[in-house]
Design a protein around this ligand. Structure first.
Ligand code: ACO
Length: 327
């Protein structure tokens, strides 16, 4: 596949909210959250927005790649929590960072958004439509969760991660992706309801309706999906690329839950040391999880050119994707 990651970047909000802080706000405990999920704290946006974090992460990735904004010809942002219905977050950061020669759009594949972005970029590269792309995952999930629902609000955080990818001979070796809308009810967030004079008498009477819907999750159904589908996707991508799991240095997985990551490691017979994590500090940041973790691993100096890495994302839809690449 003619696609190589040449720079990464990430951005997290300033405010850190620990489990101890949540204990003071709701009926929960640090022990419950840590033992069920591994999460100890998360970053929550106060003055940051999905666009501002996406732009900051993208700027850092371009700097590391040594790429000028005008060289970017494709911008894909994976997000379910853009600041506006439109323009897209991709168009917002295009304006902010002056990437004037790019085609820009968002992708809604929830926590698999970054992997879906990479796959689309590959198709653009293969068809000769683009040469240098910016793939971003950016989320402000704190505004999507019901802060009165302790079963979900403790799980998520905010942030953005980005990668600049270029059309080159080597790099991403193979990718797989999948969707199963039939099981989509496991994780949902409704849009605004139809509310017009034709559907609502209250609207016709001039009474404003403000019905906000929050993220809803059947945690155990999501857990079952993840521990079954993610190992299958990883083993499939490796088999089709003719690479053994033992050759892989790191498995960079979506950071939903440490128990999911442990189950995946066990199923593919690989040690936990090969699974870097940052969910302890960041929580689950949906589409931003994979690119933020990739940037953290990269910035920590843990990657050498030639290393084999697997990326995997999975989430609402249901959707999933996995990629194997040579760094
Ligand atoms: N603090 C204390 N108690 C809580 C909390 C909390 N924050 N949240 C729920 N509880 C209680 C429940 O009320 C329930 O109490 P009850 O037995 O008296 O009714 C009890 O804890 C068990 O609740 P469950 O929801 O059954 O807890 P479970 O063991 O399934 O753990 C969890 C929940 C952690 C979400 C688990 O299902 C899981 O790991 N699911 C995976 C899904 C996931 O990680 N989703 C992230 C988003 S999706 C994605 O990124 C792919």
């Amino acid at each position: 596949m003619p696609l190589k990651i040449i720079g990464t970047g990430s951005a997290l909000p300033e405010l850190v909210v620990t489990n101890k802080k949540l204990e003071q706000m709701m009926d929960t405990t640090d022990e419950w959250i840590r033992s069920r999920t591994g999460i100890r704290q998360r970053h929550i946006a106060v003055k940051e927005t999905t666009t501002s974090m996406a732009a900051a992460a993208a700027g850092r990735a371009m700097k590391e790649a040594g790429v000028e904004p005008s060289e970017i010809d494709l911008i894909i942002v994976g997000t379910v929590s853009g600041d506006k219905h439109f323009p897209s977050t991709a168009c917002e950061i295009q304006r902010e960072l002056l990437m004037v020669n790019a085609v820009a759009f968002d992708v809604n594949a929830a926590c698999a958004g970054f992997l879906f972005g990479l796959t689309i970029a590959d198709a653009y590269f293969q068809s000769g439509r683009a040469k240098t792309a910016l793939i971003v995952g950016a989320e402000t999930l704190s505004k999507m969760v019901d802060w009165k629902d302790r079963g979900t609000c403790v799980l998520f955080g905010d942030g953005a991660g980005a990668a600049v990818v270029r059309k080159e001979e080597t790099g991403i070796l193979h990718m797989v992706q999948g969707s199963d809308g039939g099981r989509g009810e496991a994780l949902t967030c409704e849009n605004r309801p139809v509310n017009t004079p034709f559907t609502r008498e209250s609207f016709a009477r001039g009474e404003l309706q403000n019905e906000i819907s929050y993220l809803k999750m059947d945690g155990q159904a999501v857990f079952r999906f993840a521990v079954r589908t993610v190992p299958q996707a990883i083993l499939q991508v490796l088999k089709e690329a003719k690479i053994s799991p033992d050759e892989v240095k790191y498995f960079v997985l979506h950071q939903a839950n440490i128990r999911i990551i442990e189950a995946v490691a066990k199923k593919i017979g690989q040690p936990m040391e090969k699974f870097p994590t940052n969910l302890q500090k960041c929580g689950n940041i949906s589409a931003a999880s994979v690119p933020i973790l990739l940037d953290h691993v990269n910035k920590d100096g843990k990657l050498q050119r030639g290393d084999k890495i697997v990326l995997a994302g999975f989430g609402a839809g249901l959707t999933w994707g996995a990629a194997v690449l040579t760094w």
